[in-house]
Each structure stands twice: as C-alpha cells, then as structure tokens.
Design a protein around this ligand. Structure first.
Ligand code: BG6
Length: 481
C-alpha cells in the first residue's frame, strides 16, 4: 500500500505582495473570525512581508476611529499577542468607505488598491473576501468584475482570488445561478468557497485516520457498520443574528454544508492520491449518492424543532416557524453504504456545545455471551470528537473479571490535549483557510460539485419542512423528541 503524501497545503505561502480586501469589514464575521485569524498569521510571520488589508463598508470612519473599531473587533486577551505586533498589524490596514451597490465606490476602491501597488512599485496579488449576507453576493461580484478589480495585472503577476462564505444560494436553483455567475466572472482556481468545518483539524484527521489505519478501513462498510450519528450541538442561541437566521433556518445554516461535509469525510472512498482534485472529487462523489428523501417519507426521516423563546429574539418575524434544530436520517445509496442510516443532528440552545461523530459497529457477540450486560447490547462505537476537546475514542468490551463470563464496555481514548506537541498546534479553522487562500490550495474549500450535490439532497427537505410538526424544546434541552 502506498502511503498518502501530505496535503499540498504544506506549500509555502506566497511571498509576493498581497492585498486582502474585506467587503463588509464592520460585520460580525470579519470581527469574530477573519481579523483575529489574520492577526494570528501575522504574529506567526506567515503573511507576505508586503501585505495590506483594505476594509470596505458603508460607514464613515476617521483613521483613528477605524483603528479603534478593529482593535475592539480583535478582542485580544491580555498577553495573547505582543502589543508591538498588534500595532504593526493595524499599520497594515486601511479603509475605503463605499456602498455595495454603487459603481463609483468600486472605482474608488480600485484607485486605493492602485495607490498601494504604486507605493510598493509592484503589481500585488488581491484576495477579496465577501463578509456580507449572501443576498449581496451577486451585486458585489458584478461590481468587482465591472470595475476590473478581479483582473490580474497580466498573465504572470498579480493573481486575484475571491473568498465566499456559505450558504451558497438558498436552494438548488439559486446555488446553480450563483455558480453560473461565478463561472462567468472567474476561473475555478480563483474561487474559494468557504465551509470552515472542512478546515477543522479534527475533521481533516478523519482522512488520515481512515486511510492510514487499515484495521479500520477494512471494516468501513455496511457489512460492519450499523449506523453513523453526526452531531453538531450548540449551547448558544442566535446571538443577535436573528434577522439573518430567521430567513435561513438550521437546515440551510448547518445541514447543507457543515453536516454534509462531515458525512462526506466519513463515507467517501479513498482518493486516488492525496492531491486537491482527487480529494475534492471523492467528497463530491459520495454526496452524489445521497438518497433524496421522498415527501411521503419525510415524517419518519426528519424532525424539526424550535427553542422556546426563539420568537422573542431580535429580528425574528412574529409567529416564525423557522427551525433551530433538525435531525435527518440520511442514506448513501452506493454499494458500500446501502441501508446504513446516517443521522444528522444539529441545534442551537441545547444543553452543551459539542461536535462529534459516532460510528456504531454491528454486533458479533451472538452465541458468545451467555447473557447480555445490564445495559443491553454493547456495540463498539468509534467516536471522532471534533470540538471541543478534540480526540478519538473507541468503546469496546472486556470480560468482567471473576468466575462468570460477563462483559462490560471500556474506552480507549486519544485526546489532542494529552499530547504536549499537539495541544497548542491546532490552527484555528479560519487561520488555516486564509493561509491556504494565500498559498492557492483549494483542498479545504468546497467545490461546485459538492455544493450542487448537497443542495440536491437538502432542497426537497427544506421545500417540505412545513408539513412536519415543529417541536418546541426548552433552552438547554438534552434531546428533542
Ligand atoms: C456557522 C453558522 O457557519 O457556523 C453558525 O452560520 C454557527 O450558526 C457556526 O454557530 C458554528 O461554527 P463553529 O466553528 O463555532 O462550530
């Protein structure tokens, strides 16, 4: 067996001068995820020597006000970064006020970028991150293209790339139209579609675990696996995202992307090699096998819920039926997985925040055990803990010491935090994604095939959600029944 080669993402980051443009820099995402990740990369010396961050948004700021806003956003813990690093980082930032629907604003943005290039005496690379609600994507992308901002300086220098966030569209049709539009404006190698779950260290580890440990891969199929349960539970509620979330709901927010990304990594076939295209194409291939749930089976395959108090959240429409919780019984219809249920379960305002994947193996104890344990059947369960407390555990049976022949479950456990060289080495997901966007590696970004395949499965569910009862659950619930 050939050993997998490392992901291409170990490629060095570009050293060529690069400008990172954040459209919507005053928004929640830029503040919570992008800027802290950029500062982290900067403090680790992982950005090109010459780089600039240009913020673009509606509000007017003086230079000082803008620096203050970014400082607030960065929300640095005392001692987390050296003050000197923060100051230098802020020195790399500038701001351009503009309206997202105003062509003149984009011309001004283009001039600002040109001024930076002139100062550097070089044509820089440009990365555009759309930190805005998805309904603004189309307009912004068109304006960027019209103002020629997305064109490289020539064939050799100054590449341009665009980073866009999920949700990619609202259903299969809007996803296709966004895709057509992206395809008209950019080449595939310029488009980086972010599903930040793909960049979580413990998720990437699933591939390493599966494909470098033959003892598991040989039993990775319907012959030995009984079911898979993918859980993404959040303790937090809407946290001021009411207006955005109410139009989307949990299935679009988490189901179409993060949950199916996890399913793909668990179920996909071994790529022919560990290079970007092979990995992305196997992720997409398995999603294409997801069996669409017919309307008549929806009631037995899908549960939707809403936490009590949701209707009082700011931005939520009166009487809204938007789901904050779902459980979907999915099936992958290929020879390897036929008949194995994949439960996808996710919700907000639950008892605890945790993301994990339980793989239940079929039992083979028949005829061996004289009697079952007090707790009933004891299957082997392999759990990938994605966050927090990243790790892997395996539940297995041992004989209870003594004169009888009873068995009881015990656990083998690996935790990243127990390994001194691992515990501080886990890059934050956005740090990893930005680094890869700088180095041009698309492995951890969703391909158009993955997105279309996941919408094909999810669209019939969301179109018919309203035929299902909306189960109300208390904040902090441990289960929704
Ligand atoms: C986002 C969703 O994509 O992922 C949020 O829009 C969710 O609703 C978040 O809270 C969860 O991400 P993480 O990395 O905090 O688990």
């Amino acid at each position: 067996m050939t050993e997998p080669t490392a992901f291409k993402s170990t490629d060095p980051i570009t050293t060529h001068p690069t400008i990172f443009v954040i459209l919507g820099i005053t928004g929640d995402l830029a503040g919570r995820k992008l800027l802290p990740a950029l500062l982290e990369l900067f403090s680790k010396n992982l950005l090109p020597q010459r780089f600039a961050i240009v913020g673009f948004s509606r509000r007017t700021f003086s230079r000082e006000e803008f620096r203050e806003l970014i400082r607030e956003h960065l929300n640095v813990r005392p001692g987390q970064f050296r003050e000197e690093d923060i100051k230098h980082f802020l020195d790399h930032m500038t701001y351009e006020q503009g309206l997202f629907n105003d062509p003149v604003s984009y011309n001004r943005l283009a001039e600002r970028l040109q001024t930076i290039d002139d100062r550097w005496g070089q044509c820089s690379n440009k990365i555009f991150h759309l930190s805005v609600p998805p309904n603004l994507y189309e307009g912004i992308l068109t304006h960027l293209a019209n103002s020629k901002l997305t064109l490289p300086c020539d064939d050799m220098t100054g590449w341009t790339r665009v980073l866009i966030e999920k949700p990619f569209g609202n259903d299969i049709n809007t996803a296709r139209s966004l895709d057509r539009m992206l395809g008209k404006l950019f080449k595939e190698k310029q488009i980086f579609r972010i599903d930040h779950y793909l960049a979580k260290e413990a998720l990437q580890n699933i591939l390493a675990f599966r494909f470098t440990n033959p003892i598991f891969e040989s039993i990775w199929s319907r012959q030995h696996i009984d079911k898979v349960h993918i859980k993404l539970f959040e303790k937090g509620d809407l946290a001021d995202r009411g207006a955005f979330y109410d139009d989307i709901g949990a299935v679009r927010d988490m189901g179409q992307n993060h949950m199916l990304a996890m399913l793909a990594l668990i179920a996909m076939n071994k790529p022919t090699s560990f290079v970007t295209e092979a990995i992305r194409s196997e992720r997409a291939n398995i999603l294409k096998y997801l069996k669409v749930i017919p309307r008549k089976l929806l009631k037995t395959s899908v549960v939707r819920g809403q936490y009590t108090g949701y209707l009082r959240e700011r931005g939520v429409k009166p009487g809204s039926n938007t789901e904050t919780y779902f459980r979907i019984r999915a099936e992958v219809g290929n020879a390897r997985w036929k008949g194995v249920p994949f439960y996808l379960e996710s919700g907000k305002a639950l008892a605890e925040s945790k993301t994990e994947i339980d793989v239940y193996f079929k039992e083979s104890s028949k005829g061996i055990l004289r009697r079952k344990s007090a707790s009933g059947d004891i299957p082997n369960i392999l759990t990938f803990r994605i966050q927090p407390d990243e790790g892997i555990k395996l539940k297995f049976n041992v004989k209870t010491p003594g004169y009888g022949f009873d068995v009881e479950p015990k656990t083998l456990r690996f935790k990243y935090s127990d390994v001194s060289s691992f515990k501080d080495a886990i890059p934050n997901d956005y740090e990893r994604l930005i680094r890869d966007a700088f180095s041009g590696d698309q492995t951890l970004f969703a391909s158009t095939d993955e997105i279309i395949a996941s919408w094909k499965f999810i669209t019939p569910i969301i179109e018919n959600l309203n035929i299902l009862p909306l189960k109300l659950y208390e904040k902090g619930a441990t289960e929704v029944e």
